[in-house]
Ligand binder design. Structure first.
Ligand code: 3HC
Length: 289
């Protein structure tokens, strides 16, 4: 039987919290998935994170023993881009740095065997067209924006650029809905798409409120959890997203729209400079050590 939407084997470039989550989602949907990391240490860390999450899913009854074993068997890890050659879909999920993404897409363009292969980026704010133009096949490049934690969050924003082939958008929309069972929101290729355009200024405003000494971190978070029924307050959510990511997304949105509400506050910049990146570094607005 032909693979659904022509996608039989998936590659994920960057196995951090987003890429690891995306790889886990693919593997659980029955797709052989190869995660490419920059070095052996990062690849091991990625594998350990995914395996921890799969173990949690088993423990919570989200997966049975067979599905857990099948997901593990679907996953492999590499440091070589060439090991992605036979993938039909590659999702890039590295940090929000244009030059790095452009290089990765140029490399993927060179190694992918199939002319039908789709190159997707999980960028939250960089224009898809800029990334697409670093390849010789911009019609095969699309935005596929997952939300953290990707294993739990039900949404994927699908963002074609002005050069994306309509058949590629259709394949990714069908695949996301029917194979990995997420809800698709279609967005235009503008920085922030739908969700971050609304969410990021709110999170940055909470940081500015905290920095001004207007309320404590705990009270700001409690305010939004108990007063607006959000599952997490803005500062704990920023810690989960990663403060380096928050800063980069804010800067990209500012560059696109020139609106000062997107600018990272001095405190955010200082926290990032100090290596206080939120949960992943053990310290952010809260202490996780
Ligand atoms: N695998 C599968 N399922 C899992 C899991 C795993 N590893 N870990 C947890 N789950 C399931 C749990 O079983 C539970 O399912 P249930 O509701 O059916 O029982 C559900 O996920 C919630 O898990 P927990 O009970 O452990 O945790 P909480 O109830 O505390 O919820 C949370 C955690 C889902 C993170 C919730 O706090 C939340 O939704 N927070 C907001 C997240 C958010 O806004 N994300 C978007 C960030 S923006 C972004 O990513 C864009 C980027 O570009 C910046």
């Amino acid at each position: 039987m032909a693979a659904a939407f022509g996608i039989e084997r998936v590659g994920v470039v960057g196995g951090g919290q987003m890429g690891g989550g995306v790889a886990e989602v693919m593997a659980k949907a029955g797709l052989p998935t190869v995660v490419r990391e920059i070095n052996a240490e990062s690849a091991e860390k990625s594998q350990a994170g995914i395996e921890r999450s799969l173990a949690k899913a088993l423990e919570r009854g989200k997966l049975d023993e067979n599905a857990h074993a099948a997901a593990l068997a679907n996953l492999s890890y590499t440091t070589e881009m060439a090991d992605l050659a036979d993938c039909d879909l590659v999702v890039e999920a590295v940090v929000e740095a244009f030059d790095l993404k452009a290089q990765i897409f140029a490399d993927l363009d060179a190694v992918l065997d199939s002319s039908e292969a789709i190159l997707a980026t999980n960028t939250s704010s960089i224009p898809i067209i800029d990334i697409a133009m670093s390849t010789t096949r911009p019609e095969q490049v699309i935005g596929m924006h997952f939300f953290n934690p990707a294993t739990v969050m039900k949404l994927v924003e699908v963002i074609p650029s002005v050069r994306t082939d309509a058949s590629v958008t259709e394949r990714i929309t069908g695949f996301t809905t029917e194979v990995i069972n997420k809800t698709v929101v279609a967005a235009q290729d503008r920085a922030g798409f739908v969700v971050n355009m609304l969410l990021v200024p709110y999170l940055l405003a909470a940081m500015k409120m905290y920095e001004a000494g207007y309320a404590t971190a705990e009270d700001i978070d409690a305010g939004m959890k108990l007063g607006a029924a959000h599952p997490m307050g803005p500062l704990e959510l920023s810690d989960m997203i990663g403060l380096d990511t928050m800063m980069l997304v804010g800067e990209t949105l500012f560059e696109e729209y020139g609106d000062a509400s997107y600018l990272p506050s001095p405190l955010l910049k200082r926290m990032v400079a100090a290596g206080h990146l939120g949960r992943k570094s053990g310290q952010g607005f809260y202490d996780y050590r």
